[in-house]
Design a binder for this molecule. Structure first.
Ligand code: ACO
Length: 324
């Protein structure tokens, strides 16, 4: 069959919600000043979900996967490929995807992780699409899942206010009709320093700085330019015009970045899905969480064309155009 189609979506958000006011009060205990007003004006974030200590990425990924399987009307045993996009894996190895496979009670299909930070979901979706089209798999779970709170420096107000935890999943199946219509993945490793968590465990010790660090203004400029060009190219590659795109579902990093991209792509605000206010930036989980929210609230309907875009550390970016 020539296409792959998204036949189900699902989400999981940890139950603990931390509002900007809650966070400001928490940081104030360490003498760090921030406010709901600063966070809202600069980012558009109102609250985030934060996992309790001990909750792992594989656990929340499995919850999202189960919700997506239910939505697709499939059993876990129908799945022969699992790709998990994450920068906060449970372990160095085995992969989070193998842990998810085990928690779903299945074995035998392929399972591996993709690491492209906030672009992870579009990287994972593109990879699964290619494997299905090549005949290597028939039904796939593609999951973006992060416990980003575990790599934040809670004493660095310029980063810790921006992120949240969560997982989003889609079920992909081989299909005679579109489906995923065009994909594009890009990277520029020369920009690795503008967004990184440059620590590792080596020789039994933490080496380097394991916390997320970011040059916010450099990230802002790079993200706007990269996603504008990638969005234009992937829509043209599918032989469509931007007017034929029903929904733009960009990585949820910052509402000002999203608004810039929307304007540059000439996509009106009412066709842009935003969940950032509720979820903050959940890295690889942000696009599948937004897609699931927009499907469940009835905005994204069967037959709609959606442009999903990711951008993040590496630097990496990419776009997937799909008919739902
Ligand atoms: N609360 C209060 N004040 C703060 C906070 C905070 N949480 N964080 C920084 N400030 C202060 C700074 O200390 C600085 O104070 P100063 O002028 O006295 O030195 C002032 O606010 C301005 O700081 P800037 O870093 O210049 O603020 P900027 O306007 O650039 O906004 C932001 C910061 C929101 C991070 C912005 O650069 C941005 O949106 N960048 C995009 C990056 C992004 O969204 N990253 C998400 C992860 S990356 C990804 O997912 C692709």
């Amino acid at each position: 069959m020539p296409y792959t189609k998204i036949i189900g979506t699902g989400s999981y958000l940890p139950p603990r919600i931390v509002s900007n006011d809650d966070l400001a009060a928490q940081l104030a205990q360490d003498g760090i000043e921030t406010s709901d007003q600063w966070i809202m004006e600069r980012t558009g974030i109102r609250q985030r979900h934060i996992a309790d200590r001990g909750v792992t990425t594989s656990q929340i990924a499995t919850q999202a996967a189960q919700a997506a399987l239910l939505d697709a009307g499939l059993a876990a045993s129908d799945i022969d490929l699992i790709v998990v996009a994450t920068s906060t894996p449970d372990f160095v190895f085995p992969s989070t995807a193998c842990l998810v496979q085990n928690q779903l009670g299945i074995s035998g299909g392929a399972a591996f992780d993709v690491q492209a930070v906030c672009s992870g979901f579009v990287y994972a979706l593109t990879t699964a699409d290619a494997l299905i089209k090549a005949g290597n798999a028939t039904k796939a779970l593609v999951i973006g899942a992060e416990v980003f709170s575990s790599i934040l420096d809670w004493k660095d107000r310029s980063t810790c206010v921006l992120f949240g935890d969560g997982a989003g999943a889609v079920v992909l199946a081989a299909s005679p009709e579109p489906g995923i219509m065009a994909t594009q993945l890009k990277a520029d490793g020369s920009q690795n320093h503008i967004l990184c968590a440059a620590g590792n465990v080596a020789y039994g010790e933490v080496v380097g700085d394991p916390f997320l660090r970011m040059d916010g203004q450099a990230v802002f400029k790079f993200a706007v330019n990269a996603l504008t060009k990638s969005g234009q190219e992937v829509v043209a590659q599918a032989g469509l015009s931007m007017e034929q795109v029903d929904w733009l579902i960009p990585h949820q990093a910052n509402v000002r970045i999203i608004n810039f991209i929307g304007r540059k792509l000439h996509v009106p605000t009412e066709k842009v899905v935003i969940t950032l206010d509720q979820h903050a930036n959940t890295s690889a989980a942000s696009v599948p969480l937004a897609l699931d929210a927009a499907r469940k609230d009835g905005r994204v309907k069967a037959g709609h064309t959606v442009l999903m875009q990711g951008v993040g550390g590496g630097f990496t970016w990419g776009s997937v155009l799909a008919r739902i």
